[in-house]
Design a protein around this ligand. Structure first.
Ligand SMILES: [Fe+2]
Ligand SMILES: [Fe+2]
Length: 306
């Protein structure tokens, strides 16, 4: 091992050891994993889904407030969870519940963090989740809510770095700006790990399934041979696409070329007949998806952070 490698390894170990001792890391709300477990069953019952939400009156109240906000522009008041489920659909209810719960559990982390802008961070994360679902659909894939949750959580390691390693995180951003490096590379150089590695630690603490953990840990270091490569590819693509469409977040690299991305190749291998023209159309459709959901995502996050 070279001296530089040894030092990088030591820095990495120091950070990981400190993370392991932190007792103020955000926890994952139980409803998030319970909903994923339920949705993974193709024959799940809507009443069971509603039962999970109703256990938490504050969550139900926030959900109804959102369902009645200008975001959805419903002509009349939605008075019950059942009505919201019928009018918005189970998938949208899952996305709303997951977003409300995860944002709530990170509230404290953001009051201590000093660099990340909460609204910008969540707009990027919710946008990534929504577009991961759309990318999957364009390739005929359905990850039953795991794709949205993975997109929502993919950058949570940044919040931990900002909260608990504030000075180091700022140094990484400075290095990234000065040298024109992607943020995750600057993090690896200075800390020996990046925010995706930190996110992986959180995923392990929360007991997330391997597929979700991989989508978080590999959104910058993609492994096409991983058993969950399709899911990871959708999240990675969504992360890049939303940045290009004005849903960026501090510390994201803009140096990205679709055609060179291994995640794009993994997805395209599922559509062998996709030619140049088809690729252009597909990309245009995905960009329309983002433009179509961008204001709604911003509106939702603004309601929840306000
Ligand atoms: Fe990232
Ligand atoms: Fe991101």
């Amino acid at each position: 091992m070279t001296e530089a490698r040894r030092m990088e390894h030591e820095r990495r170990q120091r950070i990981l050891e400190r993370i392991a001792t932190l007792d103020t890391l955000p926890s994952l709300p139980r409803v998030v994993s319970d909903m994923l477990r339920l949705l993974s069953d193709a024959n799940y019952n809507i009443d069971e889904l509603m039962g999970l939400v109703q256990q938490d009156p504050a969550l139900t109240a926030r959900l109804l407030k959102l369902a009645n906000s200008a975001i959805y522009g419903r002509p009349r008041q939605i008075d019950s969870l059942h009505e919201a489920m019928v009018l918005l659909g189970a998938k949208e209810i899952h996305r709303l519940v997951t977003t409300i719960s995860v944002m709530r559990s990170f509230d404290d982390a953001f009051t201590r963090g000093r660099i990340l802008d909460k609204e910008q961070f969540w707009a990027h994360s919710v946008g990534t989740g929504e577009i991961a679902v759309r990318v999957a659909a364009h390739f005929g894939l359905d990850f039953r809510g795991v794709d949205f949750t993975a997109g929502l959580l993919h950058d949570v390691g940044k919040v931990v770095l900002d909260q608990h390693f504030h000075a180091e995180f700022r140094d990484c951003l400075d290095l990234s700006h000065r040298r024109g490096l992607p943020q995750f590379e600057a993090e690896t150089r200075l800390l020996g790990l990046d925010h995706a590695d930190v996110g992986e630690k959180l995923a392990a603490k929360w007991g997330l399934p391997d597929s979700l953990s991989a989508a978080i840990s590999q959104h910058h270091a993609f492994d096409p041979a991983h058993p969950s490569a399709n899911l990871v590819a959708c999240v990675r693509m969504a992360n890049h696409l939303v940045k290009d469409e004005d849903l960026s977040c501090l510390g994201e690299d803009s140096l990205w070329e679709l055609e060179l991305d291994p995640a794009w190749h993994v997805l395209c291998s599922m559509k062998p007949a996709l030619d140049e023209e088809g690729t252009r159309e597909l990309l245009a459709a995905m960009r329309r998806d983002i433009k179509g959901s961008r204001e709604r995502v911003r509106g939702m996050v603004s309601e929840l952070t306000g």
